[in-house]
Design a binder for this molecule. Sequence first.
Ligand code: PHE
Length: 445
Amino acid sequence: MGCLILLLAQCTNDVKLRQHQTMKFLTLCVSAVLLDAALAWAPLSSLPSRTAKRTAATSPLAMASVAEEVDYANAERYLSEHPNNNVPPHIAALVGRGLHTKPDHPIGIIRAKIQEYFASLPDDYKIFDAEDPIVTTKQCFDDLRIDPDHPGRSPSDTYYICDETLLRTHTSAHQSMHLRDGYEAFLCAGDVYRRDEIDSSHYPAFHQLEGVKLFDQEEMDSASHLKGEEWVKSPECQAIADDLKNVLEGLMDHLFGETEKKWSEDYFPFTEPSLELEIKYQGEWLEVLGCGVIHEEVLSMADRAERRGWAFGLGLERLAMILFEIPDIRLFWTDDERFHSQFKEGQIIKFEPYSKYPPVFKDIAFWLPDDFVENDFFEMARGVAGDLVEKIDLIDEFTNPKTNRSSKCYRITYRSMDRSLTNDEIDELQDNLRDQSADLGLEVR
Ligand code: PHE
């Protein structure tokens, strides 16, 4: 609860919030504190989590307008004294940039193009793009049948604000909330956060767009009582999967022109069957999205037990990198005008690299403690050198047969996207990295 009290204190001090907004926001914070207190004392499964939050507003639309007034760019929201808060300042600083809502940014351009396609379809898709990036473990995992011991929930993969709240790891975290609020077809785009490896296509913050559609109850009537295998084998489930594939193939053609596509089976706890779509781009198969028929338990937990439908989630950076030929994922976050001046609303153009500055390579080797978490090391490197870290590769590892101790050697590629780096500054960063490695229990060799 500590972090939410801190949040409460911060929002009262926040000069950016006008007074009437502050009052509404306070109500939201107080109910969030109540929710947090409730979560601390009751088993998760017994909690109607949103009902507690809803004390702030009685209708879903009023709820949305309160949420929009929260200043997501206030980094203090994501940092707390809670012992299990693992959000470093460099991640907190990324939240609330709203790249997906900027009409002239490649992420915003792709999102608009996807929305344009859905607007051409007969169903009326409600658009969401301003949900709070802080969600509860219930919204992000439990409501989606993600097991308590699923690796994606662990603090080595996920940024926790406190034990029950975190930075959403996927936009699926909002599915259940909107379903419960009665929406039947919607798209929801936002920034998501995952602790991960570091290279040109992985960044701890990225953007997803989620789509959900429910089918008319009459069409499903004879099948909506079916469960498990029986449901999955029914013609109704098949019809939903076929519709999903048609809609998404149409989306790919809208984005890429006629392109080769490949469907394969996948697994997500919240859809059954689950599928992934790959497209052929410049001779290579690239995974662009995950999707499936929404699991009946997800629907019943969202009070929509009688309905059936599909859901998909796609990564906007992945699509934008392909379509605009943007070679490095860090570029989406740059403030450099040479990047931004190239893009205009509604236009998909080939990105012209303004420069390619030389990389500097530095190796670091250390003996590992027993509880070594690779993502902690990656994160620490980003904390020390920020976006100057282009890539970290494991280049050697071995275990000493006598002592049974293991060692790893990583090669760090430093490169700026907008200037040449000096040897002195890299040496200084590398020295810092060696010092901070010791704090992680690594014994630098
Ligand atoms: N949330 C999944 C992911 O992040 C994608 C997905 C969304 C899969 C909806 C199925 C249905 O990978």
